[in-house]
Design a protein around this ligand. Structure first.
Ligand code: FEO
Length: 166
């Protein structure tokens, strides 16, 4: 099925947005390393890897449909955090932004009748619900322990044992 040009452009923008997300998570990993939370750092690195896989899923869809993928400029905002709570709140804020981009893609797909992208976009809609929920739970747990060092280190250890996403 040929693809609507405006929709293809929006999908290409999502490839860039997912690479941006990967860099944001990498930046958060560096910040957490600076604060000596090595488990949370590794969790962020793992998340960055997942974001690159997301970018690849969108890119592959465009390529499979005979479209060009153009990366252009990938922007990373300056992120400075001073606590694990701030890091995960930044993560949640970014995921909420990405969720809206995916919903916008689904709206455009519906508008232009692009049935072929439906399963891809449904996968991403589900994935965003899961990602927001995971990060939301981590934030809740960090809030429960507050500034208690041993509690934070336990969460750090747990997050560091996150299985590979592959
Ligand atoms: Fe690719 Fe975390 O959304």
């Amino acid at each position: 099925m040929s693809i609507n040009k405006k929709f293809a452009k929006q999908l290409n923008q999502q490839v860039i947005a997912e690479h941006e997300a990967a860099l944001i998570y990498t930046q958060l990993a560096y910040e957490l390393d600076r604060l000596s939370f090595s488990g949370m750092r590794d969790w962020m690195f793992e998340q960055a890897k997942e974001e690159r896989e997301h970018a690849q899923k969108f890119a592959q869809h465009l390529l499979d449909r005979g479209e060009r993928v153009q990366l252009g400029t990938v922007n990373v905002p300056a992120i400075k955090i001073s606590s694990p709570l701030e890091a995960f709140e930044a993560s949640l804020a970014h995921e909420e932004k990405v969720s809206e981009l995916i919903r916008e893609l689904a709206r455009t797909a519906d508008k232009v009748g692009d049935i072929d992208s439906r399963s891809l976009l449904n996968w991403f809609l589900d994935e965003q619900i899961e990602e927001e929920s995971t990060v939301g739970e981590i934030i809740d747990r960090i809030k429960i322990v507050g500034t208690d060092g041993s509690g934070l280190l336990r969460i750090d250890q747990e997050l560091g044992s996150r299985p590979d996403s592959e």
